[in-house]
Design a protein around this ligand. Sequence first.
Ligand SMILES: Nc1nc2c(ncn2[C@@H]2O[C@H](COP(=O)(O)OP(=O)(O)O)[C@@H](O)[C@H]2O)c(=O)[nH]1
Ligand SMILES: [Mg+2]
Length: 252
Amino acid sequence: MDKSKMFAQASTELDGAAPTTAKVPTQRVSVQTNVLQQNQATAEENRGLFTRTGTVVMNMMSGPGAGKTSILEATLRGLQDRWRVGVIEGDLQTNLDAERIRALGVPSYQITTGTVCHLDARMVARALAEFPIQGLDFLVIENVGNLICPSSYFLGEHLRVVVCSVAEGADKPKKYPVMFNKADIVLLNKIDLVPYVDVDLETLRQNVREVTPRAEILALSCKTGEGLGAWIEWLSRTIERLSQGSPVKAGP
Ligand SMILES: Nc1nc2c(ncn2[C@@H]2O[C@H](COP(=O)(O)OP(=O)(O)O)[C@@H](O)[C@H]2O)c(=O)[nH]1
Ligand SMILES: [Mg+2]
């Protein structure tokens, strides 16, 4: 078979439209649905625990290297006086991010997923069994760096943050809309690099707005500190608002 025919066949099978293999795609969909249903049930148990401990939980997602941990480091410095905070880190390998957070005096727990490209609710439930959150006002879960899979797995969080660095290009929100359109806020990071990378910040902002009309959008730089104050202010207000809607206690 020539290569163009092989390619055409492979793409038809992948999008599930091949009439000759009608049963296979149906089975694939139901397995995926089952996995997500189980995940949803565990995420709701996690949410029950967060309600009992009075902890507001934020899920932080982005492609690899967009700056999640850098933003967290700056954010935790700005929140520590007001809230009791903890962090769960997700990566395929290493404890590097949990160590960066611990160096700030903030309790942290590292989940290593091995080959799995996202956190799921069960991984978080297991982490919570070893990392008690009683007494924490605010828990951040930094997801595995990936713009696709993490968005499908609810962890029980109250708040979803998506970070996109300007260096990734202005088209990423349009190419990965599912990640962006579930966000409560989108942080456009590394704006100090705008003069050096071929990206127009306004186009990036408009592309985010197009896929997620309701999300807040803030531009910032961990390198210069620009925009960090506005982000920390937004987050503090949001923690406060979410705390009032549940038995979450304000910090000291
Ligand atoms: N120039 C610049 N570099 C940044 C900025 N934020 C993060 N970085 C760098 O980007 C790299 C990845 O950051 P990291 O926080 O580990 O990203 P994560 O993988 O999303 O957690 C590191 O080398 C950071 O120092 C920023 O605002 N500007
Ligand atoms: Mg990180």
